[in-house]
Design a protein around this ligand. Sequence first.
Ligand SMILES: *[C@@H]1O[C@H](CO)[C@@H](O)[C@H](O)[C@H]1NC(C)=O
Ligand SMILES: *[C@@H]1O[C@H](CO)[C@@H](O)[C@H](O)[C@H]1NC(C)=O
Ligand SMILES: *[C@@H]1O[C@H](CO)[C@@H](O)[C@H](O)[C@H]1NC(C)=O
Ligand SMILES: *[C@@H]1O[C@H](CO)[C@@H](O)[C@H](O)[C@H]1NC(C)=O
Ligand SMILES: *[C@@H]1O[C@H](CO)[C@@H](O)[C@H](O)[C@H]1NC(C)=O
Ligand SMILES: *[C@@H]1O[C@H](CO)[C@@H](O)[C@H](O)[C@H]1NC(C)=O
Ligand SMILES: *[C@@H]1O[C@H](CO)[C@@H](O)[C@H](O)[C@H]1NC(C)=O
Ligand SMILES: *[C@@H]1O[C@H](CO)[C@@H](O)[C@H](O)[C@H]1NC(C)=O
Ligand SMILES: *[C@@H]1O[C@H](CO)[C@@H](O)[C@H](O)[C@H]1NC(C)=O
Ligand SMILES: *[C@@H]1O[C@H](CO)[C@@H](O)[C@H](O)[C@H]1NC(C)=O
Ligand SMILES: *[C@@H]1O[C@H](CO)[C@@H](O)[C@H](O)[C@H]1NC(C)=O
Ligand SMILES: *[C@@H]1O[C@H](CO)[C@@H](O)[C@H](O)[C@H]1NC(C)=O
Length: 440
Amino acid sequence: MGFLLSNYQLTICILYFLIFCLSSSTHLCHNDESTALLQFKQSFSFNCSACNFDVGAPFADNWKEGTDCCAWDRVTCDNTTSHVVGLDLSSNCLYGTIHPNSSLFNLVHLQHLDLSHNNFNHSQILPSFGRFTNLTHLYLIYSHLSGPIQSSKDEVWQGNNFSNSIFHLQKLQVLWLGGNIELIGELPNSIGQLEYLEELFLSFCNIFGTIPTLLGNLKKLRGGNIELTGELPNSIGQLEYLEELFLSFCNIFGTIPTSLGNLKKLRMLDLGWTYLINGQLPSSIGHLKNLEELYLHDCNFSGMIPRSLTNLTRLIWLDLSCNNFEGPIPQIFSNFSQLQYIDFSNNQLTGPISSPITGLPNLQYLDLSHNSINGTIPSSLFHLLNLTYLDLSSNNLSDTVELDTFAKLEYLNSLDLSNSGLSLTTTNSTPSSFLNIRTL
Ligand SMILES: *[C@@H]1O[C@H](CO)[C@@H](O)[C@H](O)[C@H]1NC(C)=O
Ligand SMILES: *[C@@H]1O[C@H](CO)[C@@H](O)[C@H](O)[C@H]1NC(C)=O
Ligand SMILES: *[C@@H]1O[C@H](CO)[C@@H](O)[C@H](O)[C@H]1NC(C)=O
Ligand SMILES: *[C@@H]1O[C@H](CO)[C@@H](O)[C@H](O)[C@H]1NC(C)=O
Ligand SMILES: *[C@@H]1O[C@H](CO)[C@@H](O)[C@H](O)[C@H]1NC(C)=O
Ligand SMILES: *[C@@H]1O[C@H](CO)[C@@H](O)[C@H](O)[C@H]1NC(C)=O
Ligand SMILES: *[C@@H]1O[C@H](CO)[C@@H](O)[C@H](O)[C@H]1NC(C)=O
Ligand SMILES: *[C@@H]1O[C@H](CO)[C@@H](O)[C@H](O)[C@H]1NC(C)=O
Ligand SMILES: *[C@@H]1O[C@H](CO)[C@@H](O)[C@H](O)[C@H]1NC(C)=O
Ligand SMILES: *[C@@H]1O[C@H](CO)[C@@H](O)[C@H](O)[C@H]1NC(C)=O
Ligand SMILES: *[C@@H]1O[C@H](CO)[C@@H](O)[C@H](O)[C@H]1NC(C)=O
Ligand SMILES: *[C@@H]1O[C@H](CO)[C@@H](O)[C@H](O)[C@H]1NC(C)=O
């Protein structure tokens, strides 16, 4: 009897245990998905020397047949349906081809897919990616993908007609394909219909497009990095969520539309090395009050530096070098508590550095070289105690300064005054605080 009872109790125990297990583990992987994952992994060799990238976070190799794939490393399941919705195999030394029959494409519930930094041996981005209709995040950067960005054929699978390109994945919020230099093609118009798209990274590919095509409805776009050509259209002002606009090295031409000033969320604007810009920097730039980084070097801007720039008090980095800006240097030398870097070199700026330099506690880099700045150096310049780089060379200054004065700037490690017009006087004593200079 005692034996029976304890057996009975044992059964109850096991039952409770099972119930406990089932209710506490919210996931239990679907068999077909666990098989698909294993097959996908087995279709690659792990060859880190083929990837040329630092290996990412170590892969806890707990992908074992018969275990719950929702508990596997780098796999995420939906809490209620237990379908695999996330797969992150970035930087995993995967080496091999993604074939059209790859079991990856059975994981149709995926919402996040990251296969970046692997070597897919010139695989193409197949139409089968169109099966991931719920995909919101797709990262495929630096993974040796090649071929056209969209195939010429649609694909029929399980009775459904999948459109031929990832640019039809209606829920996409993040699309990173950059760093696959063999990926070629023109951005299709349909990209303008990805109404939820927030991030688009297509640089270092051979993907191109014209800006008006792209803009369409991408109102949610926060940042992008695309090799675009063409004129910046007025409609750029509609991208009201844009936080970063990176168009450097692009074939942008024409004038900068005033509507640029509508991009109130912009933190970074980079038009560097675009050369072909004609005309002035619109004064509406002064509306971009969140701007922290402004790179407008090598753009062929002409005219005056707009006075409204003084409104951009959050600036950290300001580079207007190598343009044709003329007229006086703007009075930006006050109240920029974050500003660390100013480069106005290689313009045609004239007149004196008139305003006292105040409220730039963090300024480290100041380059005013190759202009026609005249007059004297305001003594407040020597209060920029954090300055490490100062270049006033090739200007028309007329002042006599004691070299020792510069020694007050104790962190200075580069000082160029050649051809600046300054006359330096020296006393015999070697200033003891002139310690950090490396270039003079
Ligand atoms: C690993 O990749 C390198 C470079 O592509 C190649 O030379 C080597 O043969 C590969 N090794 C294996 C085991 O596939
Ligand atoms: C799923 O459950 C985990 C743990 O309870 C929780 O951290 C996570 O936010 C949930 N995910 C979703 C999508 O509800
Ligand atoms: C990579 O592709 C080449 C040619 O397309 C092929 O010969 C080689 O076997 C492939 N390597 C792997 C690991 O798939
Ligand atoms: C998938 O296709 C490739 C090439 O077409 C073939 O080598 C491989 O055996 C196929 N795999 C499966 C699981 O059918
Ligand atoms: C896609 O998401 C919708 C809404 O969440 C859901 O009803 C549908 O089953 C999902 N489809 C797939 C293939 O996961
Ligand atoms: C898929 O649908 C598109 C239009 O939605 C159509 O043009 C195309 O012919 C269809 N493809 C197949 C293989 O049915
Ligand atoms: C640079 O701007 C000037 C006008 O300021 C224009 O005449 C010239 O064509 C521009 N250069 C290029 C390469 O567009
Ligand atoms: C600069 O700021 C002032 C005061 O906030 C404002 O009146 C002016 O319109 C701003 N200028 C621009 C171009 O944003
Ligand atoms: C700088 O800030 C001070 C105090 O915050 C203010 O009185 C002054 O008007 C500001 N100067 C400029 C040029 O904005
Ligand atoms: C130099 O920088 C430090 C740290 O950013 C700051 O605390 C200090 O006030 C600065 N010095 C001057 C003279 O502005
Ligand atoms: C510099 O000033 C001198 C005389 O003050 C003038 O002759 C010369 O043209 C000026 N050079 C430049 C580049 O402005
Ligand atoms: C600086 O140059 C301007 C013309 O560019 C001239 O009017 C002014 O007198 C010059 N100032 C000095 C101090 O040489």
